[in-house]
Each structure stands twice: as structure tokens, then as C-alpha cells.
Design a protein around this ligand. Structure first.
Ligand code: ADP
Ligand code: MG
Length: 250
């Protein structure tokens, strides 16, 4: 689904160079639910933005669904992005002046679907996130958890192959975060590959696979099963215990 090899990303200003990603290798298979963790500034958002074709990379190779995206022009990238990818952000990024129906419609308008097809997709997506009865409501009339559900519906309406989420539960309380995670798990079980950045060790442990990034590099790949979700496992994911975790894994 997604394969990066020896990928690098350098941000240059006239004063400094920041190596946001270096020697970055990852292979995400179709149908996986991968969480991405790591300290602030380690390169998580950079990785997700490059994966989502929102940013160019400086070197290395990136294959998205088997397509080599290096050197692709802007039009081709936009087309690929619209057709294959869905995005969810920490701040929901809904348009306040539009009701839920119209918010979900926004990215569909770029896809050339008929009005009828769009309506079907919007109703289906809002139904999947449990908000069918709120289609004419505005974002401000909803809780944070509900707003994030709308953002998920907006991403799903385009039937993406890969869903990219950057701290989607970062603005939510624990209860709402769990319910958004549960929704994403259901989406994944229906076949969508998910890549999710999170600061929340509980959520990271719930995924099939957790990728930890340190200083722009993949530092480890931990695979777990749901039975591993216990206090000890949570503790080993804490950054302070990361070295011990690596030692145990070796
Ligand atoms: N547009 C940019 N210009 C310059 N430096 C940037 C830019 N975006 C990110 N960086 C730098 O790249 C590094 C990785 O950032 P980021 O991917 O946002 O980390 P994270 O999401 O893990 O907190 C940081 O040192 C950050 O300051
Ligand atoms: Mg970030």
C-alpha cells in the first residue's frame, strides 16, 4: 500500500537546514492499522504529509499503491490524492458556515461525481459515523467528538484506500477519544488502511502495529495483539521506558 525507502526530507531556510526525515524506511500493507508515535518534532507530521502527497520529499523512494510518486507533477499528485487518500486532522478542519451535508460534500466536488452520486455518498458516510439525523446541523452545534466524526465521514465519502490521521483525538477527552478510535477500527475492519499519529499510548497499543519515530527515523516496529493491552505494556510505551522496551525486544 505504502512503501518508503531511504526517504529524506530537508527543510531549508536561509539560516538553517532541518533534517526532518532521514534514512526513513517503512512498508505498510493493505488493510493494516498503523499508529505512529514519537516525541514532538521527531517528524511524524512530516511523514504523514509526505505520505499524503501534501509535501514533496528531498530524496529516496516512495511508492503509493505501487505508484512511484517521485517527480510527479502537481495535477497528477492532486488526482492521486483525491482518489486514493482521506485526511483527518486534530482540529477537525470543518467549514463553520456549511452544514454537515455540505461539509462532507466539499472534497467530492473535486471528483466529478454527479449530484446524485454525491448525495448517496454523503448520506452513506454520515450514516456510517452515526450522524444521519444531523445532516442539516452546523459544526458549532456538535461536540468535539461528533465534529471529528463528521471529519471522518468527509474522508470516507471519497472511499479512500488509505486514511491518514494526524492526532485525530488530540482535542478530545478520553471518552470521546476512545469512541473515535473505535469508529476508526470499524472503518479499518471494512478494509481501509489507516495510518494514525497519536500521543496517546492507550490508542497506540490498541492498533495492530505501532511505528515509533525518533529524530526523523523509524526507531522500532512493535507488533501486538489485543491481549497485550495491560498496564505493563502501557508502561513500556512511555518514552522514558523506551530503552528498556528496545532491550526487551532484542
Ligand atoms: N515547514 C517547515 N519548515 C521548517 N522546518 C519544519 C517545517 N515543518 C516541520 N519542520 C521541522 O521538522 C521537524 C519535524 O517536524 P514535524 O514533522 O512537525 O514533527 P512532529 O509532528 O513529530 O512533532 C521539526 O524539527 C520541525 O521544526
Ligand atoms: Mg505533528
Amino acid at each position: 500500500m505504502l512503501k518508503m525507502q531511504n526517504l529524506s526530507k530537508v527543510y531549508r531556510t536561509h539560516l538553517i537546514e532541518t533534517h526532518a526525515l532521514r534514512g526513513f524506511d517503512i512498508h505498510v500493507k493493505q488493510g493494516e492499522f498503523v499508529t505512529v508515535t514519537g516525541p514532538s518534532g521527531s517528524g511524524k507530521t512530516t511523514f504523514l504529509n509526505i505520505a499524503g502527497l501534501l509535501e514533496e520529499f528531498s530524496g529516496g523512494e516512495y511508492l503509493l499503491d505501487g505508484i512511484n510518486v517521485a517527480g510527479m507533477n502537481d495535477n497528477a499528485r492532486s488526482k492521486l490524492r483525491n482518489e486514493k487518500l482521506g485526511f483527518i486532522f486534530q482540529g477537525f478542519n470543518l467549514i463553520p458556515d456549511l452544514n454537515l451535508f455540505d461539509n462532507v460534500d466539499v472534497p467530492l466536488r473535486y471528483r466529478g461525481f454527479s449530484a446524485k452520486e454525491r448525495k448517496t455518498r454523503i448520506e452513506q458516510a454520515l450514516s456510517e459515523v452515526g450522524l444521519s439525523s444531523r445532516m442539516k446541523h452546523y459544526p458549532a452545534e456538535l461536540s468535539g467528538g461528533q465534529q471529528q466524526r463528521v471529519a471522518i465521514a468527509r474522508a470516507l465519502a471519497g472511499t479512500p484506500r488509505l486514511l491518514l490521521a494526524d492526532e485525530p483525538t488530540g482535542n478530545l477527552d478520553t471518552q470521546m477519544a476512545r469512541s473515535v478510535m473505535q469508529l476508526l477500527e470499524e472503518v479499518n475492519q471494512r478494509g481501509t488502511t489507516i495510518l494514525m499519529v497519536t500521543h496517546d499510548p492507550e490508542l497506540a497499543l490498541r492498533s495492530q502495529r505501532n511505528v515509533h519515530i525518533i529524530d526523523g527515523q523509524v526507531s522500532d516496529l512493535i507488533r501486538h495483539t489485543p491481549s497485550l493491552v495491560d498496564e505493563n505494556a502501557l508502561a513500556t510505551l512511555h518514552p522514558a521506558n523506551h530503552a528498556a522496551n528496545l532491550a526487551n525486544a532484542a
